[in-house]
Design a protein around this ligand. Structure first.
Ligand code: B1M
Length: 208
């Protein structure tokens, strides 16, 4: 019987080979893909998220775990699609216009995927109208906007206004080193998250 605790531990350790081997073995044994996802992969990423938030692990460890999760997900994803497993929610995320920083955004993407969200990553330097267009295309329930420069923070306000003007009821969340809760309140974002693990908690709470 495939050991889901060992799978979760392999994600925590960032051990890609073991993560892939156990995922394959569990599928071969006929285990439900959603069980492998929830009790193995997501369970491991949740622990990493909690440790990251508590400053017990740092960005490199999170990236290594996320990579192991990604490798295992490549095997699991087609089976989840066949089984018709619904994602926790649908999120879309981009770095705002004028801003090319994407390391933090990519971490948020990985953590959201790790938590079971279907995520559309629309990249960097994203103009307001593209946020609207892509959100319509992917049916995002939550739109994430990232900015690392004080000079690009106003582009967040512009994009959020464009999302509202387009009549989308999608929730918006913002983050990035210079961003604060006060700024989120000022520009009418639905939420602010200080780090990638908090972004997952926030996205979940915005869906409820
Ligand atoms: Co740039 N850069 N940079 N840079 N860069 C900063 C941000 C800066 C603080 C450095 C400094 O001067 N001390 C400064 C900004 C100053 C300011 O505006 N206050 C700066 C500058 C000025 C610039 C340029 C203008 C430099 C120049 O060309 N003169 C230029 C701008 C280019 C542009 O964007 N148009 C520039 C360029 C670059 C590089 C291309 C060289 C590179 C980016 C590479 C890349 O991203 N692919 C780069 C880097 C690496 C940095 C620093 C060193 C590191 C940023 C980073 O990746 N941090 C940065 C200085 C620093 O922060 N120490 C700096 C790690 C990352 C995991 O953290 O992105 O904060 P962070 O993400 C966190 C949270 O903020 C949060 O979760 C993440 C994980 O916990 N988070 C979210 C982020 N997005 C979120 C979204 C959410 C929720 C949470 O919901 C949607």
């Amino acid at each position: 019987m495939a050991d889901l605790k060992a799978l979760s531990d392999s994600i925590i350790k960032g051990d890609q080979k073991t993560a892939v081997d156990i995922t394959k073995a569990a599928l071969d044994e006929g285990m439900a893909p959603e069980t492998i996802l929830a009790d193995g992969l997501i369970a491991g990423m949740n622990i990493i998220g909690t440790r990251f938030k508590a400053n017990e692990v740092y960005i490199p460890e999170v990236l290594i775990s996320a990579r192991a999760m990604k490798m295992a997900m490549e095997i699991l994803e087609p089976k989840l699609a066949e089984a018709g497993v619904e994602p926790v929610g649908t999120a879309m995320i981009g770095t705002v216009q004028g801003d090319l920083h994407d390391i933090g955004k990519n971490l948020v993407v990985m953590m959201l995927k790790g938590a079971g969200f279907k995520v559309t990553d629309i990249g960097v330097d994203v103009a307001s109208d593209i946020f609207v267009e892509k959100a319509k295309e992917c049916g995002a329930q939550v739109i994430g906007l990232s900015a690392l420069l004080t000079t690009t923070m106003p582009a967040m306000e512009k994009a959020i206004q464009a999302i509202k003007d387009a009549g989308l009821s999608t929730k918006t969340m913002i983050g990035g080193a210079p961003v604060t809760q006060a700024y989120a309140d000022k520009i009418g974002a639905d939420g602010y998250a200080a780090d990638a693990a908090s972004a997952v908690d926030l996205a979940k709470s915005l869906l409820n």
